[in-house]
Design a protein around this ligand. Structure first.
Ligand code: FES
Ligand code: FES
Length: 175
């Protein structure tokens, strides 16, 4: 959807309905601080409007994967997605992976801890969300498929040594 089309569509609706981490939100489109501007990215809205700062913005240019979230179950770059494009979508961020009743981490998050695979605070949420999308679609990936799924997540410190193992371990435990 082009920005112009999205603007026209939403200016007709004036309100964006979306579900984030199981919670419904109604966001008004406009230029006030608590409103969503037509050019706001989903990353901006998640962090600045909904205070969900678990999603990180690093390059803000579609190059690093730090801002990865799930939209209708698919991994997307929230810095490259306009919020107005998310009307009636279901979004999951890193905050939404924990079980809200028990407070237990998602098995994938736990696997990152168990395998000492957590990366820096900028990279980890995006890596986990990319891996989550993979395991939801393919619960038994092989190493090549894990690497492929995470190929859009870049870090500057080159310390991804345990990440692939953590994703494979989470997959094995779920079987
Ligand atoms: S912050 Fe979105 S891809 Fe880098
Ligand atoms: S893990 Fe974040 S820069 Fe390497």
């Amino acid at each position: 959807m082009t920005e112009k089309y999205a603007e026209e569509r939403v200016s007709a609706e004036q309100t964006i309905h979306l579900t984030v981490n199981g919670k419904p939100y109604e966001l008004n489109v406009g230029s006030k601080p608590d409103q969503v501007g037509p050019s706001h990215t989903l990353a901006h809205t998640l962090r600045e409007t909904l205070a969900l700062t678990g999603t990180k913005v690093s390059c803000d240019n579609g190059a690093c994967g730090a801002c990865t979230v799930l939209t209708d179950g698919k991994a997307i770059l929230s810095c490259m997605t306009l919020t107005v494009e998310c009307h009636e979508k279901v979004i999951t961020t890193i905050e939404g992976l924990m079980d809200p009743k028990t407070g237990r981490l998602d098995p994938l998050q736990q696997s990152f801890i168990d395998e000492t695979a957590f990366q820096c605070g900028f990279c980890t949420p995006g890596i986990i969300m990319s891996a989550k999308a993979l395991l939801d679609e393919n619960p038994s990936p092989d190493e090549k498929e894990v690497k492929e799924a995470l190929s859009g997540n870049f870090c500057r410190c080159i310390s991804h040594y345990q990440v692939v193992g953590a994703v494979l371990a989470a997959s094995e435990k779920a079987r």
